[in-house]
Write a protein that binds this ligand. Structure first.
Ligand code: SAM
Length: 469
């Protein structure tokens, strides 16, 4: 008697239930994750556990997301353990921000086909805690994900996913390996997150808008489709400035060419700064560079050096300040949205201090002759494109932990959209304070030490009145 029969269940087509019954294949799929001790696995739609069975649950932790109540309780009984969590619900509603505290996170799943592209966008959207994914999708979707320019399958899905992920076709699966048999072939696909050095920088949200507009009518010229976003003259000029003909069509542009074009369109377009609506669910603002912004690191920048009482003495270049561990000044700005969530930025790999660490919403050194307050407003604008007036809420004395910085901490509340400076910031997002607390508790090494000092100082104050403790 099959497990399904024992459970008194029959496969639900509405939930895309096709169960993999080939054990060797199931094991082979899980092996492709190359799991290491301490990894965390997120599985979408575990069903009866065909893939789950091969997870080394003595060495890795796992979260299983299953929408079918019967299967969720079956999985709970079959696989229960301290390192495993079964969550009943729609994977599309899952808040993946909770995974940042888990370290290396890998996603696996034989996806329910009715919702596979939505799941792909949900789980790959920035800020994304996942480094690798091995997923089975319907072959037609797999073909689109891995398509090259000028092919019939090449579309917005290919361009948007290929920018950040190295995507590889692993194996075609015939319908016969599933029960019941799906109507189409399937494809196992591997996604590896690219190194930030290999990803061309552009605002995720603006890029998505441009690409989707471009592909909205495949047969039309880009000058026509892009005029939904910007005046047609601007579209023509942006195409010319990107070295593209006015006759170009969406499917002819490589992902790299799309980035160039989106940047040019941003330069020409005021929509880039103001016309993106208010959806900030998974992404920071348009981030299109309207005016040139400073490079991430300027070693000649003259910083305000101070004495042990924080009294200004002289200006010294930043390389010397750091090499000689001179006392100097910095500001950290905490931006909260209306839900009381804190915007965290991930520092660019280009930074000389704490590259790729998570940090305050915005932060920076006080320049020689500059006040803390002026510096806070400047950093807020330069890094996040915000013009709000920061309010001072705390001071942190200079120490080894602050890198010899006297820090003043500022608060900005009620902001929903930020306009990331991609030169300085790899990614970012709003996080509930409870998630930040847990993340710091389990992985303090993910954060810049100055942020940890500031957060400790102000945590009780910024949590007050927002349902946080
Ligand atoms: N992993 C199992 C296997 O390989 O045999 C089952 C795969 S089956 C193609 C898809 C699974 O996803 C089913 O268990 C279904 O109940 C579950 N599912 C469907 N929609 C879902 C959703 N929105 N969120 C979470 N799970 C979902």
């Amino acid at each position: 008697m099959s497990t399904l029969e024992k459970l008194g269940a029959s496969p639900r087509k509405s939930l895309g239930q096709n169960f993999l019954h080939d054990n060797n294949l199931a094991r082979w799929i899980v092996d492709r994750l190359e799991l290491q001790p301490g990894d965390h696995v997120l599985e979408i739609g575990p069903g009866l556990g065909a893939l789950t069975e091969w997870l080394p649950l003595d060495r890795v932790s796992a979260t299983l997301l299953e929408k079918d109540r019967l299967f969720a309780s079956f999985l709970q009984e079959r696989f229960s353990g301290p390192s495993l969590e079964v969550r009943l619900g729609d994977a599309l509603q899952y808040d993946k921000r909770a995974l940042f505290c888990k370290g290396e996170v890998k996603l696996v799943g034989n996806l329910p086909y009715y919702v596979s592209t939505a799941l792909l966008f949900h789980f790959s959207a920035e800020p994304c805690p996942i480094s690798r994914m091995v997923l089975t999708v319907q072959k037609e979707v797999g073909d689109r994900l891995t398509a090259s320019p000028r092919s019939g399958e090449y579309g917005s899905l290919s361009v948007l996913l290929q920018r950040r992920w190295q995507i590889k076709r692993l194996k075609v699966l015939p319908p016969s390996v599933f029960l019941p048999r799906p109507e189409v072939d399937s494809l196992v696909i591997e996604f590896r997150k690219k190194r930030p050095q290999d990803v061309s920088e552009i605002s995720e949200r603006w890029f998505e808008k441009v690409v989707k507009a471009g592909f909205s009518e495949r047969r039309k010229k880009l000058t026509n489709t892009l005029s939904k976003l910007v005046p047609s003259r601007a579209a023509e000029e942006a195409l010319a400035a990107s070295g593209l003909s006015g006759l170009s069509r969406a499917e002819e542009l490589s992902p790299e060419a799309w980035v160039n074009l989106a940047r040019r369109l941003g330069d020409f377009s005021s929509v880039a700064r103001h016309g993106l609506g208010s959806d900030v669910s998974d992404q920071a603002g348009p981030g299109v560079l309207v005016a040139p912004r400073p490079d991430a690191v300027d070693p000649k920048e003259s910083l305000q050096v101070v004495d042990e009482h924080d009294h200004p003495t002289r200006g010294v270049d930043r390389a010397t300040v750091h090499a000689e561990k001179l006392l100097h000044r910095a500001v950290h700005i905490f931006v909260l949205n209306n839900a009381g969530e804190l915007f965290l930025q991930r520092r660019s790999y280009r930074k000389d201090n704490f590259p790729r660490k998570w940090d305050s919403s915005a932060a920076g050194h006080v320049d020689v002759g500059e006040s803390y307050q002026v510096c806070a407003s400047r950093e807020l604008l330069e890094e996040l494109g915000l013009t709000a007036e920061p309010k001072e809420i705390a001071q942190v004395a200079a120490s080894e932990k602050t890198g010899q910085e006297f820090i003043r901490v500022y608060l900005v509340e009620g902001e929903e959209i930020v306009d990331l400076n991609e030169q300085e910031i790899e990614t970012g997002g709003f996080f509930p304070l409870s998630i930040v607390d847990e993340w710091i508790e389990s992985r303090a090494e993910d954060f810049a030490s100055g942020f940890l000092e500031c957060y400790r100082e102000v945590r009780a104050r910024i949590g007050a009145g927002k349902g946080e403790t």
